[in-house]
Design a protein around this ligand. Structure first.
Ligand SMILES: [Ca+2]
Ligand SMILES: [Ca+2]
Ligand SMILES: [Ca+2]
Length: 526
């Protein structure tokens, strides 16, 4: 989903700035650790779960984070990063003979000898360019049956591709407007953008007048510097995506990574630079799962027993099927019991290789936790990838699909407006709005997305697999589904103004709850 990264946040900011008349109160820090019972907030109830477990000792559980990369030496993460003990670092030798040289904390499938992939195009763009290239020198009035079918697909791809680019351009215009406004405020106040300079700024037209009012609302709870950074970062990201979509990125990929782009079964390529050029997303995800608890710095992650294995496979743009499949296989082969997958897209040219990797994970009892996506869509009606719905018609049972919820004490606002949902396709909801976690350069920031709800759930899974190692991946999912906390309150169906019930948006009809899960499991043991 193109909105995987900060887009959603940015786009909701754009919407907020231009169209909304108010905003919810800022969530308390670490609300995702809190509990509906007692705290009145739909967090994961992990603190309450630990109270039940205080006399027990968990096993260590490796959680693979397939993402944009992680700052492995972050002050609040360095002690919880997985170390491949069988690999001698920095000697240029694959000591443990797993096919990857000097892979001490994981692997990057997005780098070559010295360079890393940062930006990529969307999958729709890659498929469109491949088809365009294929038909460039063909007489399309005289095609064989197979080519005719592909040509029809090419035309459909072109329609979707053009629509996608025009949506992105619209977003780009929206965010550029904000960037321009901020620049104008700065120009009028000696380079300063703040509550004060926004207040004293004289709008140049009606649009600026509107933006100014919304800025005032947002600056009531967000630091001006953060807002400025987010607008600039968002403009940069969307601008680059538009640019990369226009070209065939296969050649850039081949040049930087050096793999054979068209060979999707190739496994051994990449590098051991775990952080990559933009580790913001992956570092935030890793912190939610496992930031060092109780060390007096930063935040408390969810699973004290988790070790983070870093797998870099998600660029700024859509991830490639091949890298996703290889990252899953690496995780399975090197001891991960839980895999966090906060990414997705709406097109997949090589679904087969990903499906095989999912089945491989299933065969080795590894649990896959996946973000539902941030497009306010009903997933029952539209496919996205990766998915547990496999090409052979079966469903992978070792998979949890997660939507995002908020800290709102009001039932109607419990679901994130941006979250995808589905009564048949999304398992449960978990904290994904205003989540404060680790980001690069030893910093901490708020972020929102199903990308945050996914690690909140993966963290709970890692905790359970640590304290109840006898459970299989499927059983961990079953317990979370059974013990998900329900509400009879009406909720707003994301992306609409319609009220509905939880059974319309999630299979479990509820929210992940570590305390209820642990309570249930301890009862079973008696
Ligand atoms: Ca190795
Ligand atoms: Ca080595
Ligand atoms: Ca900490």
């Amino acid at each position: 989903m193109r909105t995987r990264k900060m887009f959603r946040l940015i786009c909701s900011l754009v919407v907020l700035l231009l169209f909304c008349n108010g905003y919810a109160q800022k969530a308390p820090i670490n609300w995702y650790l809190k509990s509906p019972k007692g705290d009145g907030i739909y967090g994961t109830a992990i603190e309450k779960a630990y109270q039940l477990l205080k006399d027990r000792k968990p096993q260590e559980v490796i959680v693979a984070v397939i993402d944009s990369g992680v700052e492995v030496d972050h002050e609040d993460l360095k002690e919880v990063i997985w170390v491949n003990e069988d690999e001698q670092p920095g000697n240029g030798i694959d000591d443990d003979k797993n096919g990857y040289v000097d892979d001490v904390h994981g692997w990057s499938f997005l780098g070559g000898a010295s360079e890393d992939i940062n930006y990529e195009s969307m999958e729709i763009a890659r498929m469109y360019h491949a088809a365009r290239k294929y038909f460039a020198d063909k007489d399309v009035s005289n095609l064989n049956a197979e080519d005719k079918a592909y040509f029809a697909k090419y035309r459909a791809l072109k329609v979707d591709f053009d629509a996608e680019q025009s949506t992105l351009l619209g977003q780009y215009e929206g965010i550029s407007m904000l960037a321009e406004y901020i620049a104008n405020v700065k120009a009028a106040s000696n380079g300063e953008f703040s509550k004060k300079s926004n207040k004293s700024y004289v709008p140049q037209d009606e649009m600026e007048e509107r933006i100014k009012k919304r800025m005032k609302l947002i600056l009531a709870f967000m630091k001006a510097e953060e807002l400025d950074q987010e607008v600039m970062g968002g403009a940069d990201q969307i601008g680059n995506l538009i640019k990369y979509n226009e070209i065939n990125t296969d050649s850039i990929r081949a040049l930087i990574v050096g793999d054979n782009v068209s060979n999707s079964s190739e496994q051994y390529y990449g590098c051991n630079r775990y952080e990559g050029p933009d580790a913001m997303h992956g570092t935030h995800v890793a912190g939610i799962i496992a930031a060092k608890r109780g060390n007096g710095i930063g935040i408390d992650g969810i699973a004290a027993n988790a070790r983070i294995m870093v797998l870099r496979a998600v660029p700024n743009g859509d991830e490639r099927d091949k890298d996703v499949a290889n990252a899953i296989r690496y995780a399975v082969d090197n001891g991960a019991k839980v895999i966090n997958m906060s990414f997705g897209k709406y097109y997949t040219p090589d679904k087969g290789v990903v499906d095989e990797a999912i089945q491989y994970a299933k065969s080795k009892d590894v649990l896959l936790v996946h973000a539902a996506g941030n497009d306010s869509k009903n997933k029952d009606k539209e496919d996205s990838y990766p998915t547990r719905l496999l090409s052979d018609g079966t469903t992978a049972s070792n998979w949890i699909e997660v939507g995002a919820s908020s800290s709102s004490r009001r039932g109607k606002k419990l679901l994130a407006d941006f979250s995808n949902y589905g009564s048949k396709t999304v398992d449960l909801f978990a904290p994904g709005v205003d989540i404060f976690s680790t980001v690069p350069d030893n910093k901490y920031e708020d972020a929102s997305g199903t990308s945050m709800a996914c690690p909140a759930t993966a963290g709970v899974c890692a905790m359970i697999r640590g304290y109840f190692p006898e459970l299989t991946a499927d059983q961990v999912r079953e317990v979370l589904m059974k013990t998900a906390v329900k509400t009879k309150k009406k909720i707003i169906i994301p992306g609409t103004s319609n009220q509905g019930l939880m059974r319309e948006v999630a299979i479990s009809e509820g929210f992940v709850n570590a305390h209820a899960a642990v309570q249930f499991l301890l009862e079973q043991k008696k």
